[in-house]
Design a protein around this ligand. Structure first.
Ligand code: 1GP
Length: 254
């Protein structure tokens, strides 16, 4: 199986380089906004695009990806809320298992149903332990997943969940307070988890200012995902990127 993007993520982690990911919700973009987003992202040296969401209503996922791929080299990684959000036009797929929840459908059930289709897609598959953390208000992901999020102050639960995910063979851990979370994940929790796993740690949900993104990286996040704040103000891309990359332990040239 392909491991090109994962290899790059792992190497970046090894080198202390932090990565910035812009989350694109296909429901919230059109041709013109994609063009603008892509050109600002190229300029700001965004590392990855995540595409998807807990609930996607529109049906232009393939077209969105093709439009992005036609105008830049930034890898497009699917972040699917359901198997219907798999597109062969992307570069890779976060193969998410909701390890913070106890809903068997999102731990393994939907994977079984979609396995032949996912395999046939030819996408690079990245097994990802997905952990939803309470962000202060119900988010789409917490409602749709029908699973209790990890309480925001239970750092040990987060740590043990991430450790279990890594030992089960997950290649990435993604801790998410949910899109538009009122309270993003604390640095204490990030630190606790980062100290106990060796695989790359992705953090997202409710990050709205560059200082918070910077602090998250310093606490141990390897990849920062931002969606909502950029939807509201696309010009934030530049500042966010600068903050995240400046937190790298080494010079960020790529
Ligand atoms: C949500 O982690 C992502 O799943 C990003 O969250 O939209 O709040 O930036 P925001």
């Amino acid at each position: 199986m392909k491991q090109v993007i994962y290899q790059q993520l792992a190497e970046r982690k090894q080198a202390g380089k932090k990565s910035f990911t812009v989350l694109i919700d296909p429901d919230k973009v059109d041709n013109a906004s994609i063009d603008q987003l892509v050109s600002l992202s190229v300029e700001a040296k965004v590392d990855y695009f995540f595409l998807g969401g807990s609930l996607v209503i529109s049906s232009h996922l393939d077209e969105c990806i093709q439009q992005i791929k036609a105008s830049c080299d930034i890898p497009v990684i699917l972040f699917p809320g359901s198997p219907s959000q798999v597109s062969k036009y992307a570069d890779a797929l976060l193969y998410l298992s909701l390890i913070s929840g106890r809903n068997p459908e999102l731990l393994i059930g939907q994977h079984v149903i979609s396995a032949p289709f996912v395999k046939k897609s030819g996408l690079e598959i990245m097994p990802t332990g997905y952990m939803v953390v309470d962000g202060g208000a119900p988010t789409t992901v917490s409602y749709i997943s029908n699973a209790t999020p990890i309480p925001a102050d239970k750092n040990e639960i987060a740590m043990c969940t991430a450790m279990a995910g890594e030992m089960l063979g997950m290649k990435l851990i993604y801790m998410d307070a949910g899109s538009g979370a009122k309270r993003p994940i604390t640095e204490h929790m990030i630190e606790k988890v980062a100290r106990h796993i060796e695989i790359p740690l992705i953090i997202g949900g409710g990050i709205t200012d560059p200082e918070k993104a910077y602090r998250n990286c310093k606490a141990g996040a390897d990849v920062i995902v931002i969606g909502n704040a950029i939807e509201k103000d696309v010009s934030l891309i530049k500042e966010m990127s600068a903050a995240i990359h400046s937190s790298s332990l080494v010079q960020h040239n790529s």
